[in-house]
Design a protein around this ligand. Structure first.
Ligand code: PLP
Length: 404
């Protein structure tokens, strides 16, 4: 019999979104007249902006010409894009990040999931909780998380950093020292953010404890609050302890096109070993970079016209998130998020998050995402998103209001 990586078998049963899809289709079958509104969407819904479409067409044409055809992209990505990112996203914000510290990839999900390969099998991970499930799942597959307890829905070897209304969604420093600390700012699913001063606490802790912060800034484009940094490198000391993930998915609609990047400063080290050089080696060997066509389209996001177009899309989703947030607050629900992120996170009171899911589906025909699917501290919370249409968002809010 072939031997498998049985860590995969440890992953708990069904994936959150497939459970939701099954529940919704069963409900629709029983209630064919119900006009269901999907507000649990974690994907963009607006079509690609015109400047991006134009760049894609041009890049395809180049690929069809002898003189401009491109084969494999360079390991780290094309320098035209890395240099543009270094300047626009970092240097112009006062951060020291060089173009050769940027690794272009086919999206943040792969990078967030793969980064753990660089670290020891017994590296201890800490995750803010609730959070994007990829961080924990990828460590489960690597055999780093110990045993799963279905009752508490926790892993024995994971340090959970609860972020709830009780602590203002800012986690306390852990009692036990982690090697890797996953932070997500703005956070999916809570939509909450940390300021530069709050992040400094974590950067200082990581530097003092020889830990590495794995910082996911996939929703950076949604930040409106001036005190919230767009990059961890805006925080003094981060260059020696932090790796940053970015994505073109939610800021420019690339979820189906695929483009992202990871920043690994050369100053992040483990003894004499350079994490940057290890990731470069990995990229060269297990390439998950993006083709020329995508990278060229990514350049359009930085052109004046392209920038304007994608900003308008972000503003559209944010208007929806604000509409949700304000409407739910009006009926007395406890709500956070929706200011610096497209996610709105509400407290479900006495109901568990799955009870609230069923309640909302049945009474308002509105679908959201139960908070418990994002980690143990997500229980009694629920996620709605601004990624639907404005009309659907307004209708969903009206229906939820009428339940009060
Ligand atoms: N990071 C967070 C926090 C996310 O919510 C998502 C997608 O939902 C990703 C990363 C994945 O981004 P990408 O589409 O670039 O793989």
């Amino acid at each position: 019999m072939i031997k498998i990586n049985d860590n995969y078998l440890k992953l708990p049963g069904s994936y959150l979104f497939s459970t939701i899809a099954k529940k919704v289709s069963a409900y629709q079958e029983e209630h064919p007249e119900a006009k269901i509104i999907r507000m649990g969407i974690g994907d963009v819904t607006l079509p690609l902006a015109p400047q991006i479409v134009k760049a894609l067409h041009e890049a395809v044409d180049e690929m069809g010409q002898k003189d401009t055809f491109k084969g494999y992209a360079p390991d780290l990505g094309y320098s035209f894009l890395r240099e543009t990112i270094a300047k626009a996203d970092y240097q112009e914000r006062g951060c020291r990040v060089d173009a050769d510290e940027i690794f272009i990839s086919d999206g943040a999900k792969c990078d967030c999931g793969n980064i753990q390969e660089l670290f020891a099998a017994d590296a201890k991970i800490a995750v803010c909780d609730p959070v994007y499930p990829v961080y924990v799942d990828s460590n489960v597959m690597a055999g780093r998380t110990g045993e799963y307890d279905p009752a508490s829905e926790t892993w024995s070897d994971v340090i959970y950093l609860p972020c709830t209304m009780d602590n203002g969604f800012f986690p306390e420093l852990p009692k036990e020292r982690p090697d890797l600390i996953y932070l997500c700012n703005p956070c999916n699913p809570t939509g909450t953010t940390w300021t530069k001063d709050q992040l400094k606490v974590w950067v200082d802790y990581a530097n003092a404890n020889d830990a590495v912060i794995l910082y996911d800034a996939a929703y950076e484009a949604y930040i409106t609050t001036p005190e919230v940094p767009h990059s961890i490198y805006e925080v003094e000391g981060a260059r020696t302890c932090a790796i940053e993930f970015r994505s073109f998915s939610k800021n420019a609609g690339f979820t189906g096109v695929r483009l992202g990047f990871t920043v690994i400063p050369k100053d992040v080290k483990s003894g004499d070993a350079s994490i940057h050089d290890m990731w470069a080696r990995r990229h060269g060997t297990k390439y998950n970079g993006a083709p020329y066509i995508q990278q060229k389209a990514g350049m359009a996001v930085y052109s004046p016209e392209g920038r304007k177009e994608v900003k308008e899309q972000v503003a559209y989703y944010m208007r929806n998130a604000r509409t949700l947030r304000d409407g739910l607050k009006e009926v007395g629900l406890k709500v956070v998020g929706g200011v610096d992120s497209p996610y709105v996170w509400l407290h479900t009171g006495e109901m568990t998050s799955w009870e609230f899911f069923d309640y909302l589906l049945d009474k308002a025909h509105v679908v959201g995402t139960p908070g418990s699917g994002f980690g143990p501290s997500g229980e009694h919370y629920f996620r709605l998103t601004g990624f639907g249409s404005y009309e659907a968002t307004k209708k969903a809010v009206e229906r939820i209001k009428s339940l009060a």
